[in-house]
Structure formats: structure tokens, C-alpha cells
Write a protein that binds this ligand. Structure first.
Ligand SMILES: C[S@@+](CC[C@H](N)C(=O)[O-])C[C@H]1O[C@@H](n2cnc3c(N)ncnc32)[C@H](O)[C@@H]1O
Length: 172
């Protein structure tokens, strides 16, 4: 990886559409996914310089294998996991950014989408919400789609988030 470029993580990356964009914008990118085949596709199927892209096979519902306070920008698109959000608050450095988007509310998606307000609550107090768009979905409107840009902020010791109690981010 280059010595000067900021570090970005695309998690889960799938076939790497956002990883490629991040490399094009000058970031050193870490693509993480549980699907080794998808990561191989990114590695072999693109013309990205190998020194700009690192692929890691990992379960991103567990703590992801990256050092604390190292990431400048994290992209999470079409994936919902409270454990992942907690891991990102550990690895994104103060002043870094999280771009987060759930999948849409079509069909039965509301079953696994978060509740209204749930993602904002999960990001507090580690992130400042610069942009937060939430749309209630589902038959009872008690699930939500979310698009969000958040900035990692320093958290005073007496305001540290409570320890994580299991996955629990999805709406049933
Ligand atoms: C809907 S795709 C989204 C991929 C990418 N963010 C995008 O927008 O193109 C969901 C991805 O999550 C990955 N995935 C599912 N469960 C996972 C897990 N526990 N850990 C890591 N990746 C996982 C799948 O392999 C798949 O590539």
C-alpha cells in the first residue's frame, strides 16, 4: 500500500463495485467479504494495482481483523449488522467517515431491516450524523431503510458505548 494514501474499507465488498470507486479516488482499499470467490473476482478481474487493493476473507458479523483507529473511510452498502457497526467505531479513526446504506424496503425486506432510529442510536456517541435519511417501511411502518454519512468523533471516557450484547440489529 502507498505510504500517503488514506485507508478505506469496503465491507462487505461483494464483487467490489465500491472498492473500485475508492481506488479510483486515490484510496488504499481493503475489501472484506465472506465470499472468497467474490474477492478473487475483484483481484483478478480488475486492472487495479495490487498495491492499492487488499482482499480479506472474513466474517464481518464478528470483529473484523483490522487495527484500531486506522481507517479513514468505511463503506457499508446493502448489509445490516450491529456487530459490524460496533467494529467500525473501533477501526475508523477520529475524523474519518462512514458511508452506510441498507438495502431497500421492497418485498419482505422489512423483516430484516432495522427499526426506525435504530441505526442512529447504534452510531451514537461515536459518530456525528452529517446526513441521515430514514424511510419507514413494512406493513406497520416499524422497519426503516437508512442512508447515512457519519463522521467519527472523539468520545469522552465517561460516554463510551456500552459493550455489545449480540447481533440484534435486525427487525423481526
Ligand atoms: C448484497 S451484497 C452487497 C455487496 C456490496 N456492498 C455491494 O453493494 O455491492 C452482500 C455481501 O455480503 C456478504 N456477506 C454476507 N454475510 C457475510 C458475513 N457474515 N461476513 C462477510 N460478508 C458477508 C456476501 O458474500 C455478499 O457479497
Amino acid at each position: 500500500m502507498g505510504p500517503d494514501a488514506a485507508l478505506a474499507v469496503d465491507v462487505p465488498s461483494g464483487y467490489g463495485r465500491h472498492s473500485c470507486l475508492l481506488v479510483e479516488h486515490g484510496y488504499d482499499v481493503i475489501a472484506i467479504d465472506a465470499d472468497e470467490r467474490a474477492l478473487r473476482h475483484i483481484h483478478e478481474g480488475t486492472s487495479l494495482g495490487n498495491n492499492k487493493l487488499t482482499c480479506i476473507v472474513a466474517d464481518c458479523r464478528a470483529d473484523i481483523p483490522l487495527a484500531t483507529d486506522t481507517i479513514f473511510i468505511a463503506v457499508v452498502v446493502h448489509f445490516i449488522s450491529s456487530a459490524l457497526l460496533q467494529a467500525l467505531s473501533r477501526i475508523i479513526r477520529t475524523g474519518g467517515y462512514l458511508i452506510y446504506e441498507t438495502y431497500g424496503g421492497n418485498g419482505d425486506n422489512y423483516v430484516t431491516l432495522p427499526r426506525p432510529g435504530q441505526i442512529a442510536a447504534a452510531l451514537h456517541p461515536s459518530f456525528e450524523l452529517l446526513l441521515y435519511k430514514e424511510k419507514a417501511v413494512g406493513p406497520k411502518r416499524n422497519a426503516a431503510t437508512v442512508k447515512c454519512l457519519a463522521k467519527r468523533v472523539a468520545v469522552p471516557l465517561d460516554h463510551q458505548p456500552r459493550p455489545h450484547n449480540g447481533e440484534g440489529a435486525t427487525h423481526q
